[in-house]
Ligand binder design. Structure first.
Ligand code: ZN
Length: 558
């Protein structure tokens, strides 16, 4: 039994490592300062500054029209930015990566001029524009998007039949690499449209619902227009081009309405993809039971075969070609990306420093969905895997108000598994599953389609849970290390000595479990050493999944 379990864990671990989800890939290495963060440049601080007065406007709508030239790896387009000023303005700040050339622009307010400095785009007015002015800025631009370490923002690839297959991915790189926009996380447009013109043998698929296709026989192109009626993260706005075929699967949602789930897959993968995606309605239903109804039915739910592993593009999730399951009949990447529709796309961080709430909750959702399908052992195993992957070298709450050109240190990936382990710890401490799960659903309901800071989300948890769990959140978010259990093994006496390295304010008198020979022992550590005598001092295993998340530090003496 033990060998079987071990083998299963090893196999699952290997497959999980192979099946990356939307994990940030390192672009360039950086060194960390004493606080455990990158030393950000003045430009990075300015680009990520939420409090810059020149960003004091509300984006109402983006209308993005883009033509794609695969042979030249070039794009050309216009962006209509509809906004309202929130204060009197002499200058507005936008973002457009410097390789994109502006050919013309027009602003609905007279005497407005564009100045560019690096990746910053300033719209300057001769006369101050009053607060609450509705303004439309149209920018025509073109160029070859920068290639950031072959990761994006546009991946120009060929499929197995040597045909063009192209995807965009801008999270971590920045949406301004392919469109003029406000690249801050909190600058979501209320609605958007994406119009993509492509060579006529290719199908263009973007977020939202397809509202029209035009065939331009003269120049052998086709134009696809998509409408997005919901607020959307700017990095979610994306397109995919390829020889796609459309599959649909019926789904009865949690309210009893009949829906179609849409899958746009490469033609030669149609059969494989169709059987792979049979699991989608099951995952969908479990997520709806956990978090409430899918937030974006107006825009539909769609999965698009992308050139990279996966990304949670809202209402148009990118999924790679790896049509294999890694957890019995399920694929945890699919669970993860779909969970992002609730955590990340509906409830969104206010700043990129809050990104743990996207990734931590999506990763924790993997454990919760597996638990609902396969029972508590599957949950426990996913939590164990999370604990093994965490590096614990830097805090998962990042520095706020700075531009992240991707999370470029491998330790940054703790936002996934440590974020999940924090939620697991909260569940343990709350010790009331119905309250815990009602709270998750209530947060989804109360904060739907909003940008939320870490502090606001913690306050919301405390309020709904009826207790102050701030110290738990602070410990896991702001400390590099989780609680540490110091352990000394006395092999001669067959005794285990244990104590917390420091007091754990949110887990006083909290229990931990150790296992030996399929027997469980429950211990209540304090900051003073206690001991337990066992049949043999080794081997023992610490069952992290049965308690809050902590690490074990073995002592040579006490
Ligand atoms: Zn993710």
């Amino acid at each position: 039994m033990r060998i079987k379990t071990y083998t299963f864990i090893v196999i699952i671990s290997i497959i999980c490592l192979m099946l990356h989800s939307c994990y940030y890939k390192p672009f360039v290495g950086y060194t960390l300062n004493k606080k455990g963060f990158k030393n950000f440049s003045k430009k990075e601080r300015m680009a990520g500054d939420n409090s810059n007065p020149a960003r004091d406007y509300k984006i109402n709508r983006y209308d993005w029209v883009v033509e794609v030239f695969p042979e030249q790896q070039r794009i050309s387009g216009t962006m209509d930015i509809h906004l309202n000023t929130l204060s009197s303005q002499k200058v507005l700040l936008f973002d457009l990566q410097k390789k994109m050339r502006i050919s013309s622009y027009h602003c609905s307010v007279e005497d407005a001029h564009i100045n560019r400095k690096g990746d910053f785009l300033y719209l300057k007015f001769d006369k101050p524009v009053p607060k609450n002015t509705s303004l439309k800025l149209k920018i025509s631009y073109e160029g070859k998007p920068a290639n950031v370490a072959s990761q994006g923002p546009v991946q120009w690839k060929k499929d197995k039949q040597d045909r063009f297959w192209i995807s965009t991915v801008t999270e971590g790189i920045g949406p301004h690499f392919i469109m003029p926009c406000n690249a801050l996380l909190n600058a979501e447009a209320d609605s958007s449209s994406i119009t993509v013109t492509v060579p006529d043998q290719l199908v263009a698929v973007a977020n939202g619902r397809l509202t029209g296709v035009k065939n331009h026989k003269g120049n052998k192109t086709k134009t696809y227009r998509y409408q997005i009626l919901n607020p959307i993260n700017t990095y979610s706005l994306s397109f995919n081009l390829g020889h796609f075929v459309k599959l649909t699967k019926p789904y009865t949602d949690i309210s009893g309405s009949e829906r179609d789930l849409v899958f746009q897959v490469l033609d030669y993968n149609q059969d494989t993809a169709s059987s792979f995606y049979d699991q989608t309605p099951i995952i969908f239903k479990e997520l709806e039971k956990l978090y409430g109804g899918f937030p974006f039915w107006e825009d539909g739910s769609k999965f698009i075969e992308s050139t990279f592993s996966a990304m949670e593009h809202q209402s148009g999730i990118a999924m790679g070609s790896n049509y294999r399951n890694n957890w019995k009949e399920f694929n945890t990447t699919l669970i993860h990306e779909l969970a992002h529709e609730w955590w990340g796309n509906s409830v969104t961080g206010l700043d990129y420093c809050d990104i743990w709430m996207h990734e931590g909750m999506a990763t924790y959702s993997e454990a919760l969905v597996l638990e609902r399908i396969y029972g508590p052992d599957a949950y426990d195993l996913r939590i164990k895997l999370a604990a093994r992957r965490v590096k614990n070298t830097i805090p998962i709450l990042k520095e706020c108000g700075v531009l992240y050109n991707s999370w470029v240190n491998p330790a940054d990936q703790d936002i996934y598994n440590k974020g999940a382990l924090m939620m697991h710890s909260l569940r343990i401490v709350v010790d009331n599953d119905s309250l815990f799960f009602n709270t998750l659903a209530d947060i989804q309901n109360d904060l739907a389609k909003q940008n939320v800071s870490t502090a606001s989300l913690i306050a919301k948890f405390n309020n709904l849970l009826g207790n102050d769990y701030s110290s738990l959140f602070e410990y896991y978010l702001k400390e590099a290390k989780p609680p540490v259990l110091e352990v000394f093994i006395d092999k001669e006496e067959d005794k285990i000595y244990y104590r917390w390295q420091e007091e754990i304010p949110f887990y006083k008198d909290g229990e931990i479990s150790i296992e030996q020979d399929d027997k469980e022992f429950h211990l209540i550590p304090t900051t003073a050493y206690k001991s337990i005598k066992l049949k043999n001092a080794i081997p023992i295993s610490f069952q992290i999944e049965k308690s809050i998340y902590y690490t074990v530090k073995y002592q040579k003496e006490i």
